[in-house]
Structures are given as structure tokens and as C-alpha cells.
Design a protein around this ligand. Structure first.
Ligand code: SF4
Length: 758
């Protein structure tokens, strides 16, 4: 079955004429990224030469994918838009909430109980809004997207950082926050700063122990965790063409570790093979007919340094395996240097656990290569010296790797197969003794290895390598083992060397017909069919925020004047609070609890002007809201930097914060606040921040003349009876002012739906 074939067919039918139109308007050779971006511009009248890394542009992606943790609030918001279906094909994937503990079957059963209300809710809304629902155990979002939805030349967004995985099939696929997803689901343009483009030419060919993973491990070291920020990484060259489609996906997936917007490969025969193997021959045929438009122009390949903002060449024939870490994915060590680096840095070299799989590395190729290492080890009477776990990326992959005997080989050396889900990759790993916080080393083929990410223990040294290198290290038990040069002692006391891994890009017996865990939506069910368990503390229906009453704001008490850095983590903490992502009232209890109060240098302790005593930020905000006044939040530079978490903007609105006044905003957070109807202002004179006192009442006036470029007056009434007045700027454009007037961006869509009788 090919999902959404009509949409894909229609895309390819229009592709040539769109490319012609773009060529006419831009009049210069095009990179692949430009072709895809320009063919997905929201308003075709707006095609012009945009400043890369400068101009903000509205796009119209072809599809949206959401994982279960982020989908909850995105869908709750989308429900307020009053639409019958999502504006573009959409899917939801139950992968993040499954705890890896006792093995796939038992863990899935437990997840079905502990997460029942979330799954029931998501399943029911997917039915109502015609969204594809992938049940728990079906697999990890990015693997499912690659196997079923991605297509060359397409553009998608996903509410997860590793959405770029689909770049392995030539798609621009970008990880976003829930608020961005809501825009696309509701049919609005999705805004992105037009990316810079980094060109990477791959020459030569991989061999022996080196794999696609080592390419991105090396690139992570070259670019560092910031080097790709604001850029698309575009791969090409004969080395790129020699890689399998799933190998390409691994590289695109982990491009997120360089901060890149996404990564992409040009169309080639590996994509045709993968599409054919996964039952999408018709898509492969359409892509082949449009091949010229699914690559950069020949002028670009002839002189890449001229057309890319940054240009890098890597010779795959010279690439050796890498091990990256600990604690950061950009600390790249070639395997031949690991003994030296480990000794120099005092890294613990006894490896307790090796973990393979995840959305990054659980293709047939990955698993077959790792299994070949195990097969060779068993034939040489070797045993595993570390624990070993396997997390298949999808039921499809689990079923065929079981069928073809690979999982059984892993079990023979003590491997434990977890559910097809994120599990240890996102800290959903009930690792024995992790609470002891003892220093230890693990190695995995996932993408991120920040402290605490896998098991919550800050003393776990997490290293990243390819599945075959992880497997070799499991057999040796040592981080410093180099299978290219070192030997192992077998059960007979003989020194043996592991043979080079061998694998197949695709299963020779095909993917077979399996129950993939997909739930086809039964479109058209009514509101009542949406299941939210009564008394649920994890899910809560949202109510639209009230529209602006047209009046200036008077006498608003200061809620908190935040001192120094105030990121989205300070505003809406993660960790414990993640379980409340679908319950605005409950998660609002974390509002600003991490922010430092300017007046006492404490967190979550602020003056409640109503009682005269100190209280928590959420309680005080709630008290002001209930007294009918609302409140003001003040802050310093780059307020709201960090993630695009929409809760950080919904919570203040829910708690009655009317104005956030800061020295400067992180742009995404500012836009999120605007979308929720909170007035965002910046000091004209940044020193005015110093004038705000703890017990101030604040007037915000001039809103009747609210227009692009206008200024707003802020008046502080101090408790000693004096007043100070200053001006504040805003960055609202016409349509954003409409959001403010309507009470939120979604209110506008709901209203227009009502007007149109939807
Ligand atoms: S497996 Fe890891 S990287 Fe992939 S989606 Fe899950 S948490 Fe994210």
C-alpha cells in the first residue's frame, strides 16, 4: 500500500512547471535544496531570491509526522482550529513512551497500561481527523516515515529533532516544535529562516569496518554541535551514490547533531531500490521520470564552492571507523586513536553495555552487518564481555531480522531485544543499578550521548559508534578494542581476529507481509468519539483564549523580573513535567520555576503583591489571574532561547500573563507568545529594565494605535507613589496584530471556519 499517493502524484505532475517558474524568476543554477524549498513556498507570488540565513519565508510542507510525546499538545491545539481534517497528510507514532526493561513483549504490555489514556486519546483523534496512527510497537517515527511516507523532492516537518532522517530518501524533512506543526495542520504557512546550504561531496567508497555512520561521526567532529546551525547539508558525489538509502538516512538523521536544519541526498538508484523494496514502485517510477529535478544543476556540481555557503570533501576510501563521545556527539575519535585518547582523558574503558538499533541505525544493512560480526565471533568461540541490547526501528525490521535469523544470533551472545521504540535512546531505559550513579561506560549506535540521556546517570560515559563497531566492542568488553588491528582470546585461549562485517542493503527475501501496527483512520467520527479519560491528569481539553477587549492594560502587577539567562527550560522545565505535556493546567505548575528572581536571586520565590508574602511563580500568577488583573513578566537578553516548546508560551497565557517585556527575545519563543495572544514588547532603552521594582503596578498604553512599527508606552507605578514612564518596541506585523486582537492565532482560523460554515 502506498500512503497518500494522490498527493505524491500531484506533486510530481507539477514539479517541472514549478522548476521552470523558479528558474525564470531566479535566473541562476540551483542546488537541490533550493529546488525543494522553492517548490514548497506557501505563496507562489512570493518567489524571489531570498537571503540565505537572513530572510524568513513561509512554506507549505507536504506532510507532518508527530511522535506521541509531542503530538498531544499539538493535536489539542489543532482541535481548537475547528477543522474537519488536517490540511496535509499527517501521521502519529507511539514510540517515545515505552520503557525498555524486560524485553519487547513484556515492555509493550506495561506501556499499554501506563500510557493507556494517551494512546486512547491519540488513536481517537487520529480517527476523527483522518490521521494515520501507528500503534505502540509499530516502530520509531523516523523509521516508519522512511519505510512508508518519504519521497524524493518532498518536504515535511515532524515534531521531533531527528525528522531529517527522511533526507535519506531525498526529502527536506525538518524537526519542529508543536506550534509549527499546528500551523501546517491548520493550513497556515510555516515560517522558516531561508537556510544556508553546506555542500558535502563524498568521493571514494566505504570498505571493511567503515560504514555510513562513520561518515556522520566524522562530520559531527568537523562541524561540531553548532556548525550546521541554520543550514541544510546537501550531499552528492560518487561516494554518496555508493551508499545505501538507509545509510544515507543514518547520515541525515545524525546531521541534527551538528545543529543543521536538515540534511539531504540527491536522488539516485539506491532510492529507487529502497522504494521498490518497500512496496512503492509507483513512487520510484515518478521520481525517476523527474530525476533531473531531484538533483542540483550540473553547474553546481561542477563548481560547488561557488554555490554552497560552505563546501567540504570527504574521501570514503580513506575513512576509518569513529567513536564519538563521551557526553557530546561531536567529540570524534578515529578508532586507531582511541587507546591514546582514552588514556589521556582517563575515560573508563570497561564497557558495561553495548546498545544497537534506534531510529538512527536499525536498517537491514545495519543489523545484518552487526549479525555477521556475531556469527563470525561464535564460529571462533568468542563470547560477549559486555551486556548487549537491540532496539529495532520498526516492526517491519524486527520481523525480517527475526525471520532471517539475525536476532537469534544476537540472543546467542546474551543480547536482549527491546520493543520497536525509542527506549534507551531517550532515557526510557530501566537500567539496573543506574540509580547508584557509579562511573561506567556504555557504547551505542544512537545519535545523542549527552549526560543522563540514556539511563539518567550523570556518571555514565556514553560513546557513539556504528552497530558493527558497537558489536565488536561488546565482544571485547573494552572501549579501546580496535577490530581492524587487535585480536581477542577465545574460549580455547587462542588469539583470533574478527572478520570484517558483511551485510546486505536490503532483504533478499523482501520485506514480507507483516502486521505493521498501522491503524487506518475511520474518518468522520464526531467530537464525542475523542477519548479523554475522566479525571485524567495527563490530558485536558483546551478552551480558546479570550479575545482582546480593545482596552489598554492598567495596574498589572509585576509577576517576575527574571535575571540573566532565561531559556525555555527555565520557563517550562522538562524532566518530570513531560508527562503533563497534554494537560495545560498541570504543566502550568512549572511556569518560570527555573527562572532567577532578580530581587532575591532565588528560583520560584517571588513577591505576591496581593498577600505581601513570597510564593511560587505559578501560584502567584494564578492569584493575579483570579483577581482579574493578569500580570507582566520582565526579562533580559535572548529571552526564551532553547527549544521551540510551545508550552513555554501557552503557560503564561493560561496563567493570565498579559505582557512579556524583555531586552530581547529568542525569535521562536517570541513568535510562539504572539501566537498565543501574549503581548511581546522589548525595551527601547535596555536600561529601563533596571527601573522595574518588585512591587510595581504597570500600565501598558497606546494599544489603540497598535500597528507595525508603533511604540507602546509602559508606566511603572512604584509603591512609594512615584511613577516612571518609558517606551517599548514590538515586532508585530499586520497579521500578528490580528492574532493579538483575536486572542490567539488559532482563534482566527476557528473564526474563519465558522464564517465559511465549516
Ligand atoms: S530513537 Fe532516539 S533519536 Fe530516534 S526518535 Fe526516538 S528518541 Fe529520538
Amino acid at each position: 500500500m502506498i500512503f497518500d499517493f494522490e498527493m505524491i502524484d500531484s506533486f510530481y505532475k507539477q514539479l517541472e512547471s514549478r522548476i521552470l517558474e523558479i528558474r525564470k524568476k531566479l535566473n541562476h543554477p540551483l542546488t537541490l535544496s533550493e529546488k525543494i524549498l522553492f517548490t514548497h513556498i506557501y505563496s507562489r507570488n512570493h518567489i524571489k531570491s531570498f537571503g540565505r540565513g537572513i530572510d524568513y519565508v513561509d512554506f507549505l510542507p507536504d506532510r507532518v509526522a508527530m511522535q506521541d510525546a509531542t503530538a498531544q499538545m499539538a493535536i489539542l491545539q489543532f482541535m481548537m482550529a475547528g477543522k474537519e481534517t488536517t490540511a496535509v497528510p499527517t501521521s502519529v507514532h507511539c514510540d517515545h513512551l515505552i520503557l525498555a526493561q524486560s524485553g519487547a513483549a513484556a515492555d509493550l504490555k506495561t506501556a499499554g497500561v501506563t500510557n493507556k489514556e494517551v494512546y486512547d486519546f491519540l488513536s481517537s483523534v487520529c480517527n476523527k481527523y483522518d490521521i494515520g496512527f501507528w500503534k505502540p510497537g509499530a516502530g520509531i517515527i523516523h523509521q516508519i516515515v522512511l519505510e512508508n511516507y518519504a519521497f524524493p523532492g518532498g518536504m515535511m516537518i515532524g515534531t521531533d529533532s531527528h525528522t531529517p532522517n527522511a533526507g535519506g530518501l531525498g526529502m527536506i524533512a525538518i524537526g519542529v516544535g508543536g506550534a509549527d506543526a499546528v500551523d501546517v495542520l491548520a493550513g497556515m504557512g510555516w515560517e522558516l529562516k531561508f537556510p544556508k546550504i553546506i555542500g558535502i561531496k563524498l568521493t571514494g567508497k566505504l570498505s571493511g569496518w567503515s560504514s555510513a555512520k562513520d561518515i556522520i561521526l566524522k562530520i559531527s567532529g568537523l562541524l561540531t554541535v553548532k556548525g550546521g546551525t541554520g543550514s541544510i547539508i546537501e550531499y552528492f558525489g560518487e561516494g554518496a551514490e555508493s551508499l545505501s538509502c538507509t545509510g544515507k538516512a543514518t547520515i541525515c538523521n545524525m546531521g541534527a547533531e551538528t545543529g543543521a536544519t536538515c540534511s539531504i541526498f540527491s536522488f539516485d538508484k539506491s532510492m529507487i531500490e529502497y522504494l521498490n523494496a518497500t512496496g512503492r514502485k509507483d513512487v520510484a517510477d515518478l521520481a525517476r521520470e523527474n530525476e533531473a529535478h531531484l538533483k542540483a544543476d550540473s553547474e553546481v556540481y561542477a563548481d560547488p564552492a561557488r554555490y554552497y555557503d560552505q563546501y567540504i570533501e570527504i574521501n570514503l576510501s580513506e575513512l576509518e571507523p569513529y567513536i564519538n563521545g563521551p557526553f557530546t556527539p561531536d567529540l570524534a575519535t578515529p578508532i586507531s586513536k582511541m587507546k591514546e585518547e582514552a588514556a589521556k582523558n582517563n575515560w573508563p574503558i570497561d564497557v558495561e553495555v553495548g546498545l544497537i538499533g534506534s531510529c538512527t541505525n536499525s536498517s537491514y544493512e545495519d543489523i545484518s552487518r552487526a549479525a555477521s560480526v556475531v556469527k563470525n565471533a561464535l564460529s571462533q568461540k568468542l563470547v560477549a564481555r559486555s551486556e548487549f541490547t537491540i532496539t529495532p526501528g520498526s516492526e517491519q525490521i524486527r520481523a525480517i531480522t527475526e525471520r532471517d535469523g539475525f536476532l537469534e544470533l544476537f540472543r546467542k551472545i546474551g543480547g536482549q531485544v527491546f520493543a520497536n521504540a525509542c527506549g534507551p535512546c531517550i532515557g526510557q531505559w530501566a537500567r539496573k543499578d543506574a540509580n547508584n550513579k557509579k562511573v561506567n561506560t556504555i557504547i551505542h549506535s544512537f545519535n545523542r550521548n549527552f549526560a543522563k540521556r540514556t539511563d539518567g546517570n550523570p556518571n555514565t560515559y556514553g560513546f557513539v559508534a556504528s552497530p558493527e563497531i558497537v558489536t565488536a566492542i561488546v565482544l571485547s568488553g573494552k572501549l579501546t578494542f580496535n577490530p581492524l588491528t587487535d585480536t581477542l582470546t577465545n574460549g580455547d585461549g587462542i588469539e583470533v581476529r574478527l572478520a570484517e562485517p558483511e551485510g546486505l542493503n536490503l532483504p533478499p527475501d523482501g520485506f514480507g507481509n507483516i502486521d505493521s501496527g498501522y491503524q487506518k483512520p475511520v474518518h468522520g467520527s464526531d467530537e464525542k468519539s475523542i477519548i479523554i479519560a475522566s479525571g485524567s491528569d495527563r490530558l485536558q481539553m483546551l478552551s480558546p483564549f479570550k479575545e482582546w477587549d480593545g482596552k489598554d492594560f492598567f495596574n498589572l502587577p509585576l509577576l517576575i523580573k527574571a535575571k540573566g539567562k532565561c531559556t525555555t527550560d527555565h520557563i517550562s522545565m522538562a524532566g518530570f513535567w513531560l508527562k503533563y505535556r497534554g494537560h495545560l493546567e498541570n504543566i502550568s505548575e512549572n511556569y518560570m520555576i527555573g527562572a532567577l528572581n532578580y530581587f532575591n536571586d532565588q528560583t520560584n520565590s517571588i513577591l505576591n503583591q496581593l498577600t505581601g508574602s513570597y510564593d511560587t511563580v505559578p501560584h502567584t500568577a494564578r492569584a493575579y489571574r483570579e483577581s482579574g488583573s493578569g500580570s507582566v513578566v520582565a526579562g533580559e537578553e535572548n529571552f526564551g532561547e532553547g527549544s521551540s516548546r510551545e508550552h513555554a508560551a501557552m503557560e503564561p497565557r493560561f496563567l493570565g500573563v498579559k505582557v512579556v517585556l524583555v531586552k530581547s527575545f529568542a525569535r521562536i519563543h517570541e513568535t510562539n507568545l504572539k501566537k498565543q495572544g501574549v503581548l511581546t514588547l522589548t525595551f527601547v532603552n535596555k536600561d529601563d529594565y533596571n527601573k522595574i521594582k518588585e512591587d510595581d503596578k504597570i500600565d501598558i498604553t497606546g494599544l489603540s494605535k497598535f500597528a507595525p512599527g508603533s511604540q507602546i508606552t509602559v508606566t511603572l507605578a512604584h509603591s512609594d507613589g512615584t511613577k516612571e514612564k518609558f517606551l517599548a518596541n514590538h515586532s508585530y506585523n499586520e497579521s500578528q496584530i490580528e492574532w493579538f486582537n483575536a486572542g490567539s492565532a488559532l482563534n482566527i482560523i476557528r473564526k474563519s471556519n465558522k464564517i465559511n460554515g465549516i
